[in-house]
Design a protein. Sequence first.
Length: 259
Amino acid sequence: MTPPARPLGQWIFDVLLWGGIAVVLALSFGPAEIEKFPLLFTGSDNMREFGRAFVNPDFELLPFFVSQMWLTIQMAMWGTALAVFLAVPLGLLGARNIAPPAIQWPVRRVMDILRSVPDLVIGMVFVVAVGLGPFAGVMALALNTGGVLGKLFSEAVESIDKGPVEGVRATGAHKLQEIAWGVVPQVAPLWTSYALYRFESNSRAATILGLIGAGGIGQILFDSLNSFNYSRVAAIAVVIVVAVTLIDLLSQAIRSRLI
């Protein structure tokens, strides 16, 4: 049995698409310094020193590391929770089948801005406004994640089955009732799954925010890196890996109940 012949236009499009990607990769070889790849295997004194310290982690301050990791997780939880409250209206107002173009288009642009500004930049703004500490990190996660979840939520709304919505509308319900009874029940499991994925990501992103003084395990990690205390860095890395793994397992268990 021979496969069906593909239209010439589709074949040309595929060639141009993948050929264009190959050309861009080739042109990016120098600027991305891919020629340095062999240096990963030649090693250096600093890399060997770091490697020796990394296989001998210093767990002397383990209770303190665990408490700071818990603070980081709390930052991620609050950042994700606030992001969900922001993303629900953004997702509904940014959906083409819910909001008119005059509302949908500017809402989409707001979500683009929230997604495109890095966490560190947003965090720095809040550090200036409220000072050092976890709250700045929470707000940075909330705004950036709100933009990401808003886009995902709106795309989920745009893919719903119109039947339940039309059924609710046939009863004489107004627009908010159509959304509450015809839209939200269809997208709630997917929205929850997206939020859990972002919570996992935020547990890692909150660590990076320690670079700007947002508290948590990240701040201890960067202090240890700056002091070249690689054994302590290794211990912190182990704590982070264990915590993120446990969060991932918990998230998988919750998502499996939603299917």
